[in-house]
Write a protein that binds this ligand. Structure first.
Ligand SMILES: Cc1cc2nc3c(=O)[nH]c(=O)nc-3n(C[C@H](O)[C@H](O)[C@H](O)COP(=O)(O)OP(=O)(O)OC[C@H]3O[C@@H](n4cnc5c(N)ncnc54)[C@H](O)[C@@H]3O)c2cc1C
Length: 506
């Protein structure tokens, strides 16, 4: 831990500043360093881990890491099954999570996740100035000036990876008396009590699941109906891990899951009275309970950034962003980690990206590092040539095994462009950038979910500025390398696989 205790990056002027040492900040600062991009990294935490230093409250992740998959740990193929490890480039820093898990669950415990993040920081030598709090922000010419607990930092570009973990409560009269998610008491203190949980997202269901063996009655209530991830075929909705209270409700076991508006929380003797209204018939319903818990969500701790012009949207105040995670309204301000969900992509079939979770934002950070290196530091990563006859195989192998495509469906694409020199591998790029830009002819391959069927690959082919979509069918084993796929893709690619664009790799 000696390296972690040392305090690098003193206040001063830098080319770039990264704020935050959760998984988002760690992945970004590591990827920047690999690309040789000098920058300062600061965090108010005393050590790596971010939100996972204390949450989830029931001390187990909702994202899994499968220890045994048939693929070697550390390989790109393995990443598809390991949602929690950060992305290292060498053996010591790859696939860390299965090494720290004790085998009792494929959902790491919170301490295992924290351990994995600390191990990543130690094995990669990521340098962060801990216990340095960003307090305010101003402009000075082309620079942003960050006032921190240690002094002033200046840079023309700043990446905020400050998470979305600040408790938020809606303005329901009396709800301010209720503890928020993170203020839950030890579970045994809820024994034989009636508990009213405001909020029916994962955090509400996590608490209800944890209180099932303790509480006498649990009411989960909010206006919108509960959706389940197994129904939406995406991370939208309550995760299967927390669905038990829902089954208890539908089988009439004592839990109530209600679609009601909550009008007031009032003190009633030792407990509370919660006044609700059923929208279906405008009927008032009141609940006498012992405890009320606000599982009402979180906001981003953006401090004075909105005052600087950073536009945000939604209840959790996520900043509006470009395809490369730059503030849509204040150039030079970028976001990483779970905040990168503010760059929505094309939202095909209405399904959002997985940027809110580690499995998605770890790839965004790597793409952002490459983008910042190229656009702000003139360090353009080499683009290997692709032989025309190898293009179909490359794209179908990516659809079958590429972890970026698996975790960020219809969001990150593997792109190959045609240039004067033949075909060039652009690597992983935001799909929205590829379809919106006027670049040369090329192809981007993605995996797509439509909310009901199995996944399937889609090739976006750009020719003379026009992009066409080519959907391929699902495969029961998700293996898209067979003859049928090869034929379909080759015909979609047309001129891109013609001999004139073919050039062997040097
Ligand atoms: C209750 C809950 C459970 C979740 N469970 C999962 C899960 O199981 N799996 C999953 O993939 N995702 C989960 N998520 C989503 C999760 O938030 C992200 O995947 C991940 O933790 C976010 O990483 P991050 O680095 O963006 O932010 P965080 O982990 O929140 O880290 C933010 C960092 O910013 C720093 N910071 C903040 N403000 C300042 C400041 N003013 N000055 C200096 N530093 C500052 C903090 O110190 C911290 O280091 C969960 C979210 C919540 C709210």
């Amino acid at each position: 831990m000696a390296e972690l205790r040392e305090r690098p990056h003193p206040p001063g002027r830098y080319g770039l500043i990264v704020v935050g040492s959760g998984p988002g900040g760690l992945q970004l600062t590591y990827s920047l360093r690999r690309l040789g991009v000098p920058h300062a990294a600061i965090s108010e935490d005393p050590a790596p881990g971010g939100m996972f230093r204390r949450w989830p409250v029931f001390q187990r992740m909702l994202s899994w890491t499968k220890p045994y998959t048939g693929f070697e740990r550390g390989s790109r193929e393995y990443e598809r099954y390991d949602w929690n490890s950060l992305l290292g480039e060498d053996e010591a820093s790859r696939s860390i999570m299965p090494r720290v898990m004790d085998g009792t669950s494929y959902f790491p415990s919170r301490p295992e996740m924290e351990r994995g993040l600390v191990d990543f920081a130690e094995s990669t030598g990521v340098r962060v100035r801990y216990e340095c709090r960003w307090e305010s922000t101003r402009r000075d010419g082309d620079d942003f000036v960050l006032t921190t607990s240690d002094g002033e930092y200046r840079a023309p570009a700043v990446v905020f990876a400050v998470g979305v973990a600040q408790p938020w409560r809606p303005s329901i009269p009396g709800l301010e008396q209720a503890p928020h998610y993170g203020e839950l008491r030890p579970v045994e203190t809820y024994a034989d009590r009636r508990v009213f949980i405001v909020g029916k997202q994962n955090s509400g269901f996590e608490i209800a699941s944890g209180l099932l063996p303790w509480a006498r009655q649990i009411v989960l209530a909010s206006p919108s109906p509960t959706r389940l991830s197994v129904e939406t075929h995406s991370l939208v909705g309550v995760r299967a891990r927390y669905v038990q209270p829902f089954e208890d409700h539908v089988l009439a076991g004592g839990v109530l899951v209600l679609d009601v508006s909550i009008e007031a929380v009032e003190r009633a003797g030792e407990g509370f009275r919660v006044r609700t209204r059923m929208p279906a018939d405008d009927r008032a319903l009141a609940f006498e309970v012992d405890d009320v818990i606000a599982a009402t969500g979180f906001v981003a701790p953006l401090r004075d950034l909105p005052g600087l012009g950073v536009a945000t949207f939604g209840q959790n105040k996520v900043p509006a962003q470009t395809h490369f995670w730059e503030s849509a309204t204040v150039p030079g301000v970028y976001f990483a980690g779970t905040l990168s969900q503010g760059s929505p992509g094309i939202r095909k079939h209405g399904i959002p990206s997985n940027s809110g979770a580690v499995q998605g934002h770890r790839y965004n950070a790597r793409v952002l590092a490459r983008h910042l290196a190229a656009t702000r530091f003139g360090r353009v990563a080499p683009r290997p040539h692709v032989a025309g006859q190898g293009l179909v195989d490359l794209l179908l192998a990516e659809a079958t095994f590429g972890p970026e495509l698996w975790h960020q469906r219809s969001y990150l694409a593997r792109v190959v462009l045609a240039g004067g020199e033949g075909l060039v591998d652009e690597g992983v790029v935001p799909l929205a950038h590829f379809v919106d830009s006027d670049g040369p002819d090329g192809v981007g391959i993605v995996l797509e979910s439509n909310g009901k069927d199995d996944l399937y690959p889609v090739a976006y082919v750009r020719r003379e500025g026009k992009v066409s979509e080519h959907l391929m069918p699902p495969h029961p084993l998700h293996d898209y390398r067979g003859e049928g796929y090869r034929g379909q893709l080759a015909s979609a690619l047309g001129h891109l696989v013609s001999p004139s664009l073919t050039k062997a790799s040097p």
